[in-house]
Ligand binder design. Sequence first.
Ligand code: GAR
Length: 210
Amino acid sequence: RLKLGVLISGRGSNLQALIDACADPAYPAEIVLVLSNKAGAQGLLRAKEAGIATAIVSHRDFATRESFDASVTAKLRDANVELVCLAGFMRVLTPSFVDAWRDRLINIHPSLLPAFPGVDTHARALQAGVRMHGCTVHYVRNDVDSGPIIVQAAVPVASGDSEDALAERVLAAEHRTYPLAVRWIAERRTRIIDERVVIDGVDGVAPSIL
Ligand code: GAR
């Protein structure tokens, strides 16, 4: 089973989706470490409940982003992590971290990238009046919320949607999307060709799931 390290900063509902997927012995990955930059993150309790090792690396304890990231890498290496999954991890990582984990570092983002990188994606989608919104799991590159797309899920925007209602609909899609992306990677079915992802056994590129 592919060894996952999951990086969180808060609620950890995407972490929970991965924990639930990994609970199936037939799932090709397992979580060996959950690391949070916030001591009070609810996701740490989810990890403990599931009997998964946890670590807290507080960015406040480090003078530079480089030293913080180096400490995170050391913890991940100690746990023999093979794939790093960002799941609501709200720190921008340094280029040296991203390079150290190149093609072994993925993120889930609450929009259909390349639309709406950054924060407040649901409010900005409503403001823009888009009819479809969604989420993206992608390999991480140095520009914020950029990198080869593995899976996207599209959700409709309803007339009169509030930010919370839209966020909830997207989050439900996130919880299906992240375990699927990890499964494909663990099954070694993803290849990056010219910075685009090809998935063996799946027609076309980066299919959308609903
Ligand atoms: C999720 O919606 C995730 O896509 C988003 O934060 C939320 C975390 O929720 N990530 C980002 O915005 C990354 N820039 P969770 O802690 O319940 O998984």
